[in-house]
Write a protein that binds this ligand. Structure first.
Ligand code: SAM
Length: 322
C-alpha cells in the first residue's frame, strides 16, 4: 500500500529520519517509490495508518497517492475512495492546482466545501505532473501542550515537538520502557507517555522530580520517578528498552558536577546508562556540538545538528548499545 508524507522543512534531515524510525519501530517495511522536494511516496507492506499521529515533523500524510499530468485522471482515480454523499475540497500550496483538480471533482457531482470538507485531497505540483492523495488527518496538538501551559514550568523545558522527535528516533513503540534520567519538567516523558510507552524518570533536583510528577498527572500520565544522579543510575533501574534524554548543557540548566568538564560529564553518564539499557537498545540525547564525547560501548547510528543561536548548536546523537 502506498502512502504520501509531506515532511516539514524546518530541518534538513530530522523529519525523514523520524519518519523512517517510526515505520521501523512499528514493524512497517517500506521503500521509497517517489520523492520530490519535501514529499515522499512510500510503498509499504501494511495498510495500517495508526502510527501517523506519532510523527512530530511530518506536516501531512495521505493514502492512495496518484501521479498524473491530468487533473481529470487524478480526480477519476481518487473518486472511488470518496463517497458521493461526502463533501470534499482539494488543498494545495498552488491555488491554480486546487482549482484545476477541484473543478474535476465538481464536474463529477461532488459537493465542494472549502471551509470544512469531510474529505480533503492534498495535491502537489512536481516535475513529473500532479501528485495527489486522500488526506489522512494528523491528530496532534503541540500548541496546546506548550511547556508554559503546564502546572510546573522551567526555562529548560523542552518543546513537545522536539521531545516527540527524540522519542521517535529511539525506535520504540507503545508498551516500550523509556527512561529519562535528566527528566527536568518531563517534556520527553510526556510525549513518550502520550504515545503509550511505560515511563521511568529521574533528576538530581527534587523540585524537578515533584514538578515533573505534577506535569505528568495533568496529562493523566504516570511514571516511576526518583530523585537520582544520572551518573549512578544502575542502582535504581531494571533494563530499559531505550533512554531518551536532554542532559544539562547551557547556563540556565544546573549541572551537578559543575561546567568545567561537560564532555567528561556526558561520558560518565553514557557509562552509567550502558548498565541499565538493553543490548541493542537506543540512547538518544542532545548535547552541545562543541564537546568531544567518546561513545564507548555504543554504535553511533545518527547525528543531527540544530542551530539554537550564534554560539549554541545542539547535536542529537542516536546511539545503540553494543
Ligand atoms: C536540560 S534540563 C532537562 C529538561 C527536560 N528535558 C524538560 O523538558 O524539562 C537538564 C536537567 O538535568 C538535571 N541534572 C543536572 N545534573 C544531573 C545529574 N547528575 N543527574 C540527574 N539530573 C541532573 C537538572 O536538574 C535539569 O533538570
Amino acid at each position: 500500500m502506498k502512502y504520501l508524507f509531506e515532511l516539514s522543512g524546518e530541518h534538513p534531515d530530522l523529519p525523514k529520519a523520524e519518519l523512517f524510525c517510526v515505520l521501523s519501530s512499528e514493524g512497517v517495511s517500506y521503500k521509497i517509490a517517489y520523492e520530490w522536494d519535501k514529499v515522499l511516496v512510500l510503498d509499504t507492506d501494511s495498510t495500517r495508518t495508526d502510527y501517523v499521529d506519532r510523527l512530530g515533523m511530518s506536516l501531512k500524510a495521505g493514502n492512495n497517492p496518484i501521479l498524473s499530468k491530468s487533473p481529470w485522471e487524478i480526480a477519476s482515480k481518487l473518486a472511488p475512495l470518496i463517497p458521493k454523499d461526502r463533501s470534499m475540497a482539494v488543498r494545495s500550496r498552488s491555488h491554480t492546482l486546487e482549482q484545476d483538480v477541484g473543478a474535476e471533482f465538481y464536474l463529477m457531482g461532488y459537493v465542494i466545501d472549502l471551509e470544512e470538507p469531510d474529505i480533503k485531497v492534498i495535491a502537489y505540483r512536481t516535475w513529473e505532473g500532479i501528485l495527489a492523495a486522500i488526506n489522512l488527518p494528523l491528530k496532534r496538538d503541540y500548541s496546546k501542550r506548550r511547556p508554559q501551559f503546564r502546572p510546573y514550568f522551567h526555562p529548560t523545558s523542552m518543546h513537545p515537538k522536539l521531545a516527540r522527535v527524540l522519542v521517535n528516533l529511539a525506535n520504540v513503540k507503545k508498551g516500550s520502557n523509556i527512561l529519562d534520567p535528566f527528566c527536568g519538567t518531563g517534556g520527553i516523558l510526556i510525549e513518550a507517555g502520550l504515545m503509550g510507552m511505560h515511563l521511568k524518570g529521574s533528576d538530581i533536583d527534587s523540585r524537578m522530580v515533584a514538578g515533573c510528577q505534577k506535569n505528568l498527572e495533568s496529562y493523566g500520565l504516570y511514571a516511576e520517578l526518583e530523585k537520582a544522579n544520572a551518573l549512578e543510575i544502575p542502582a535504581l533501574y531494571e533494563k530499559v528498552d531505550a533512554i531518551v534524554t536532554d542532559p544539562p548543557y547551557a547556563r540556565c540548566s544546573f549541572v551537578s558536577e559543575g561546567r568545567s568538564d561537560l564532555g567528561g560529564f556526558y561520558e560518565k553518564f553514557l557509562e552509567s546508562a550502558e548498565k541499565v539499557l538493553k543490548k541493542g537498545g537506543r540512547l538518544v540525547m542532545m548535547i552541545p556540538k562543541q564537546y568531544h564525547v567518546e561513545y564507548k560501548g555504543y554504535n553511533l547510528l545518527q547525528e543531527h545538528y540544530i542551530k539554537v543561536h550564534k554560539s549554541l548548536t545542539r547535536r542529537i546523537v542516536v546511539l545503540e548499545k553494543k
